[in-house]
Every structure is written in C-alpha cells, then in structure tokens.
Design a protein around this ligand. Structure first.
Ligand code: ADP
Length: 335
C-alpha cells in the first residue's frame, strides 16, 4: 500500500516540478528567440546603413546570417531540452526520496495502530474466554447451590469490572492520543484534586489495611480537572495494587520552583531497573507471570498517566527499589 502511494506521490512531485520547469523554459526560449530575431534585424539594418549604395543584402550573406540565427536558436532549444532532462531525472530521485520521508511517519503511525489493535484484542480475549468458560460450566452444573451460583456471579462481576476498566483505559488512551478528548484547561488547585481522589479511594485502602498519608499544600496549575483526577487515581490505584497489606502510601503536593509537584510513594514491591524503562509502554506489565496472576490490570494505567502529563506540559518520573517501594513524581508548570 505504501509502495504504490510512494510512487503516486513521486509522480505528482515530478509532474508539478516539470510543469514549472517547462513553463519557464518556454518563456526563456521565446524571450531568447525574440532577442535573436531582433539582433538579426539590427545586423541587416547596420549592413544596409554602412553600405549606402547596397540596395539589397547579397543572398550569400543573408543565408549565412539566417543560418547563424537558426543555429543559435537550435542551441538554446537543445540547452533547455538538456536542462529539462536533468531536472526530470533529479526531480524523480528527489521526489522518490521526499515521498518516502513524507510517508514514513504515516507508515509508523499505521503500524503502531495495528499493534495497538492486536494487543488490545489479545488482552480482551483472555478475560472474555474465562468469563465464557465459567458461565458455561455453571450452566451445565444442575446441582449447583444458590450460594455457589452467587459466588460465580461475583467472580464474573469482578472480571466484567476489569474489562470495563480496560475498555475505559483503551478509549481514553485513544482519545488522548488523537486529541479527541477535549481538555478544558482552567486554573485549579492540585491539592484539592488530590483530596477528592484520596476520599474516593479510601475504602479500597481500608480493605487492604493501608493508610494513605497526605502531605499537601495548595498549588495552582492550569489543567483539565477530570484528567488530573484520573492521573492521581491511576498513581494511587497502582500504589495500592502493588503494596501488600498494612503497607504505607504517602501522597505529597508541593511547589518546587516554577513547578507544582505531586508524588505518590509506596512501601510496595518496587520495580526492577529492567522493567522501569518499559512501564510507560502500552500493555507492559512488570514481571508478567508474577503480577498477572496476583494483581489485576492490563498495563494501560501508566501510559494513560503519561499522556495526561504530556498534555499538561509536565513530566513524570519514577524511582524504585525492589522490595522497598516506589515513588512516582509528576511535575507540572504552575499557573
Ligand atoms: P497495570 O497496573 O494495570 O498493570 P500500569 O500501566 O498502571 O498497568 O503499570 C504498568 C506496570 O508497572 C504494572 O504492571 C506494574 O508491574 C508496574 N507498576 C506500576 N506502578 C507500580 C507501583 N506503584 N509499584 C510497583 N510496580 C508498579
């Protein structure tokens, strides 16, 4: 597909260049030919005025002059033809090269989209298959008690919940990437957003017996409130997911120079140096076999978080030590 597009673009480049070049050549040829004709007439007039008694220019001389004129015009014609031939070859080569460069980012984007679609469908297939199997097994079991059925329904509901989360993250990521999600930037207090998210997530933290400490001061940024809360939620949710029972989490909001800084520190399992460079990649989950079986997730939270931070002209960094915990730090310019 891209090969034929490259040829087509090259043809258009060459056509455009040749059209300009031929038009200029025609104009140049006509101007030079007119100039030569004028010179010929001038020479004839000069000869006539120098030789007063000459009634008519001798045919031999006239022939010579006309011959010279024809040769001069032919030279100009061939020079222009040669130049246009050169321009044609060069424009074909340059056009082909430029078409390749023009198409490269589009090609990369299409490849990326295809990878995204195949990764997403792969991630969707696994929980869907699990749901289908457990439902089929339950339907076949005629002796199942109401309590057992309830159990299965609860498990299925959990799977549906995580599927919902997956589709939501997929949708948000696609929207952020395409710039479809309209961000409404307004002056907001990052501390207030942090407090609101903290309130929403406290119940989950309590279940795991984890205390989320707050150390926040009021700082103002220009941001989209909904996506800021989504960002904080992703960081806190991860901290909770990857921190064992009775662990500690601290969320800080402070100002640092021209930036507002939000950091989430946990006393969880930490991330290895090998994984740290990939955790912002889509669908990447550190130590797959280990975390997949224990903690639910699809490796989309941090890519969404990163996109949100980028859209707010900020940075997100992580420092971590295996077995000791991790700190995610977001810096966003102050309003
Ligand atoms: P998910 O949590 O759904 O797997 P994320 O994109 O949010 O996806 O995170 C990617 C990976 O980064 C996780 O699978 C996990 O291995 C690692 N990770 C993220 N946050 C933490 C954290 N606070 N502590 C330890 N590992 C983390």
């Amino acid at each position: 597909m891209f090969r034929s597009a490259r040829f087509k673009i090259t043809v258009w480049y060459v056509l455009a260049i040749m059209l300009i070049s031929l038009t200029f050549s025609l104009v140049i040829y006509r101007a030079v030919a007119n100039d030569l004709n004028q010179r010929y007439v001038n020479i004839e007039n000069q000869i006539k005025s120098n030789f007063k008694n000459l009634e008519k220019i001798p045919p031999v001389l006239k022939n010579m002059l006309q011959n010279d004129l024809r040769v001069a015009k032919q030279r100009v014609y061939f020079m222009l033809l040669f130049a246009n031939g050169g321009i044609l070859v060069i424009s074909m080569l340059v056009g082909y090269f430029l078409a390749g460069r023009t198409l490269r980012p589009i090609e990369e984007m299409v490849e990326e989209q295809n990878r995204f679609i195949s990764d997403a469908s792969h991630e969707l297939r696994t929980p869907l298959a699990a749901l289908k199997t457990s439902t089929e097994v339950a339907l076949r079991d005629r002796k199942m008690s109401a309590a057992q059925a309830r159990n299965i329904l609860e498990e299925n509901l959990e799977d549906i919940g995580s599927l919902e989360m997956l589709s939501e993250h997929l949708l948000h990521l696609a929207q952020y990437q395409r710039g479809r999600r309209v961000l409404e930037f307004e002056k907001m207090d990052l501390a207030e957003a942090a407090r609101r998210v903290h309130k929403k997530i406290t119940a989950v933290a309590d279940k795991k017996n984890i205390k989320i400490g707050l150390d926040i001061e009021s700082v103002h940024i220009n941001a989209d409130v909904i996506s800021m809360e989504e960002l904080i939620m992703i960081l806190l949710d991860n901290a909770l997911k990857y921190t064992p029972q009775k662990g500690n989490i601290t969320m800080k909001v402070a100002s640092e120079g021209r930036n507002s800084v939000l950091s989430v520190t946990d006393s969880g399992e930490g991330i290895s140096q090998r994984d740290i460079q990939h955790i912002f990649d889509r669908f990447y989950r550190a130590d797959r076999s280990r975390s997949k079986s224990r903690v639910s997730g699809f490796g989309l939270g941090l890519p969404v978080a990163k996109k949100i931070v980028e859209l707010h002209h900020g940075t997100i960094r992580v420092s971590s030590r295996i077995g000791q915990g991790s700190t995610f730090t977001v810096r966003i310019p102050q309003a």
